[in-house]
Design a protein around this ligand. Structure first.
Ligand SMILES: C[S@@+](CC[C@H](N)C(=O)[O-])C[C@H]1O[C@@H](n2cnc3c(N)ncnc32)[C@H](O)[C@@H]1O
Length: 327
């Protein structure tokens, strides 16, 4: 274990044991958090099952409606209706294939000229199975959003190994993604450009005002419900690379911490690349509940990463799986 991890783990009285360590006794606070997390997982699973059932019912209803419609028609009308449906489907497929071509073009261009954004995947040993799963979902979401951008970034996944890699490989179409997948860490991969590396971390003193196209921005691939406070800052300091935080405080008041999720940070960067406007970028991405002036409703925040928000986003993510699996 390197000193960053030791330091952080000691400070945090971590609730998750590294895989090969002896089980720790959980503090009362940790037990409460674990219970909350388990309730959330159960609620999520229940919602998923309900949505699956609903989808099956909808599909069945549509099939019935279609058959009833056909049954009410004459032979000629039936043939016409079937043909027109086939035609519509063909047009839709052509449009999709054209859009896919344009997306490939944009992403290929971004390889040459796009802003480099790295997701640092070297923290998977500090996450539970479901946190890794959540991170994988966030990465998939980021990739889909980037593909739709008029000015996409060039995304990198570094330190992509072990369970993280296994879970990513399971994503539909992952092998064809136009993204850099590296087993080595960013520090090795960009060893000759160490000066260009900027680790984005909420704990930095430096505020990011502009995106410099010559720099490589790194986002910590971590879903930790803020268990590992300050870990990315410590890592960057130890490696002697620059750090910066997003200028959230200049534009919006947050209800609690300014620590955002990986997908929120990447989406904000992508929006900024497109709009050159931080305010617009923050307001479009940061959920209302995270802002202090908003009504935070009943959902409780789990130390910097939210529960309801994830549920809401899971819908969007599901749509993005559907889009990506057609690629
Ligand atoms: C869920 S956070 C992880 C928090 C973790 N405890 C840490 O020390 O970074 C995921 C990543 O998003 C980025 N991030 C989150 N909020 C940020 C902010 N306000 N400014 C810059 N980067 C941020 C960081 O790279 C961070 O590692």
């Amino acid at each position: 274990m390197n000193s960053t991890m030791e330091a952080t783990q000691n400070e945090q009285n971590s609730e998750v044991n590294p895989p090969d360590s002896q089980p720790l006794t959980l503090s009362k606070n940790a037990q409460k958090k674990l219970l909350k997390q388990q309730k959330y997982e159960a609620k999520k699973a229940e919602k998923k099952a309900l949505m699956k059932e609903q989808k099956q019912r909808d599909a069945e209803r549509k099939r019935k409606e279609w058959e009833e419609k056909l049954a009410a028609l004459s032979e000629d009308e039936r043939i016409k209706l079937i043909d027109s449906r086939k035609e519509l489907r063909k047009e839709r497929m052509e449009k999709r294939s054209e859009e896919r071509g344009q997306k490939v073009q944009r992403l290929t261009q971004a390889k040459e000229t796009g802003q480099n954004i790295v997701v640092d995947l070297e923290f998977s040993h500090l996450m539970t199975h479901s946190e890794i799963h959540s991170l994988v979902q966030q990465i998939m979401y980021c990739y889909a959003v980037n593909g739709r951008c008029s000015v996409p970034a060039h995304l990198w996944l570094t330190g992509c190994q072990g369970e993280m890699e296994t879970q990513l490989q399971r994503l539909p179409g992952f092998d064809k993604w136009i993204i850099e997948k590296e087993q080595q860490s960013y520090i090795e991969r960009f060893s000759e450009r160490k000066d260009d590396l900027v680790y984005l971390t909420a704990d930095s003193e430096t505020v990011l005002h502009e995106l410099d196209p010559t720099k490589v921005y790194i986002v910590g691939g971590l879903v930790d419900r803020n268990r590992w406070k300050g870990i990315t800052m410590k890592k960057a300091e130890e490696q002697g690379i620059r750090t910066a935080k997003l200028p959230i405080g200049d534009y919006m008041k947050m209800s609690s911490s300014q620590v955002l999720t990986v997908n929120q940070v990447i989406e904000i960067l992508l929006k900024f690349l497109e709009t050159k406007d931080w305010k617009v970028s923050f307001f479009q991405v940061v959920p209302q509940r995270k802002r202090s002036e908003g009504d935070s409703g009943n959902c409780q925040e789990v130390d910097g990463e939210e529960c309801e928000e994830e549920i809401k986003e899971s819908e969007a993510k599901k749509r993005c799986v559907e889009v990506l699996s057609h690629d």
